[in-house]
Design a protein around this ligand. Structure first.
Ligand SMILES: [Zn+2]
Ligand SMILES: [Zn+2]
Ligand SMILES: [Zn+2]
Ligand SMILES: [Zn+2]
Ligand SMILES: [Zn+2]
Length: 92
């Protein structure tokens, strides 16, 4: 499992002006001598998620995500974060 090191109070998006380096399968931004993992943003997302947009919502790590094509999408301002796939309840 790659070790991720998100910044505690801010996020890095593609093309935010910081130098980027490949690290263990993800992208880090070099910031004040530290490496902060780039946020995983859904590219070219159609529309924005909001309550009652027709997608199922799930609680995930203290926030609400929308289930979209089998993926967790988290609306954050004008962009959408990819939060992986929902945990499936064991059925058998
Ligand atoms: Zn890293
Ligand atoms: Zn940073
Ligand atoms: Zn989430
Ligand atoms: Zn979506
Ligand atoms: Zn964001």
């Amino acid at each position: 499992m790659p070790d991720r090191h998100p910044a505690p109070d801010h996020e890095h998006l593609p093309g935010d002006g910081h130098e980027t380096v490949e690290h263990d399968g993800h992208v880090d931004h070099v910031h004040d001598g530290e490496q902060h993992t780039e946020a995983l943003v859904h590219e070219d997302h159609e529309g924005a998620h909001h309550e009652g947009d027709g997608h199922e919502t799930v609680e995930h790590d203290g926030h609400v995500d929308h289930v979209h094509d089998g993926h967790l999408h988290h609306q954050h301002g004008d962009h959408v974060h990819e939060h992986g796939t929902p945990e499936k309840p064991q059925s058998d």
